[in-house]
Design a protein around this ligand. Structure first.
Ligand code: PLP
Length: 326
């Protein structure tokens, strides 16, 4: 039995002023208000991940991520709630492939003891900061952590970054059923996409229900190759749900135009999106994920490439709005 972590359903409402300014019928799904450990999309995945960890009798939870990861923050609290030790391997600037190690001009590392790092401490998380490197290197650090704990006799449950295993994606498959109870299918759904299980779960849940909704993930990193991994997650979701539905890379509309130079790199368009939504609706976006996604939505609306009933799925991330740069 999976634990309940978030307050469901998260609110769904229309954005009247923003709709008028952008010339679309714009709605928002408020996973930023999910009510668990500061809010955000990871609570949905963690209900399934913690459920699996508990079923395996785990006493330790190991993962990895970026220095200011929202997943690490929420996973740390979820593990704590269920009596598990929490360990995470983190880097300031993880990158997918060798050759992407150079920070763009003007990029500054997020300040320690700020944003999610403050909350990780509150959760009594064990955070190990490693030198920047590839995702594979970060995986290797997390594997080594897990090995050390196993050698000490611990029963370890390990997840990829962002909780993006097929089990984590089930949280967003279930989220689609929650949405369908709240409203008729939208013409478009837009959201920030990173490690993939949000997009895979949303696409799977819509296609399984036979919805024609156009789902657009705004990639928050310079990583077009991520769709290959999405395909693997989707394959795992088909198996877990005993479904004949098979998704391939072509089922994932992952836009590369709005990451502003890479993960955590500030962009003028994201800054504009933060001000727009805060000033028109009093809703706060974060600079790393949701502001880039909303900047994409604004651009597509301005170019009239989206229209009709449009849903922005707000995936949270507020702590990083409060992070000063070194
Ligand atoms: C605030 C926020 N939005 C969106 C995402 C992207 O979700 P996913 O990693 O499932 O693609 C993340 C991932 O860390 C996030 O923290």
């Amino acid at each position: 039995m999976n634990p309940t972590l978030i307050c469901k359903p998260t609110p769904l409402h229309r954005l009247d002023r923003a709709s008028e300014k952008l010339g679309i019928d714009l709605w928002i799904k408020r996973d930023d208000l999910s009510g668990f450990a500061g809010g955000g999309n990871k609570g949905r995945k963690l209900e399934f991940l913690i459920g699996e960890a508990l079923a395996q009798g785990a006493d330790s939870f190991v993962t990895r991520g970026a220095f200011q990861s929202n997943y690490v923050r929420q996973a740390a609290f979820a593990a704590k709630m269920f009596g598990m030790e929490f360990h995470a391997a983190v880097m300031h600037w993880p990158y997918s492939l060798p050759g992407r190690e150079t920070h763009p001009d003007g990029w500054k590392p997020p300040k320690a003891d700020s944003g999610n790092m403050i909350l990780d401490k509150l959760a009594e998380a064990n955070i190990y900061v490693y030198e920047d490197g590839t995702f594979d290197e970060m995986d290797a650090h997390a594997d080594a952590l897990a090995e050390r704990l196993r050698a000490e006799g611990r029963n370890v449950y390990q997840t990829p970054s962002g909780g993006s295993s097929p089990v984590g994606a089930l949280g967003f498959v279930a989220a689609c059923d929650e949405l369908f109870e709240q409203a008729d299918p939208f013409d478009y759904v837009l959201f920030a996409s990173g490690s993939g299980s949000t997009q895979v779960g949303l696409v799977f849940g819509h296609r399984r229900a036979g919805c024609k909704t156009h789902l657009i993930g705004i990639c928050t990193d310079d990583e077009p190759e991520m769709v290959d991994y999405f395909e693997q997650i989707a394959e795992g979701v088909s198996q877990l749900t005993l479904s004949n539905l098979k998704l391939s890379r072509n089922d994932f509309d992952l836009r590369q135009d709005y990451h502003g130079g890479g993960y955590q790199v500030p962009s003028a368009a994201a800054e504009r999106a933060i001000r727009f939504l805060a000033h028109t609706e009093g809703i706060l976006l974060d600079p790393v994920y949701t502001a880039k996604a909303f900047a994409g939505l604004m651009d597509l609306a301005e170019k009239k490439q989206i229209g009709g009933r449009v849903l922005f799925w707000h995936t949270g991330g507020l702590p990083t709005l409060l992070v000063p740069r070194e």
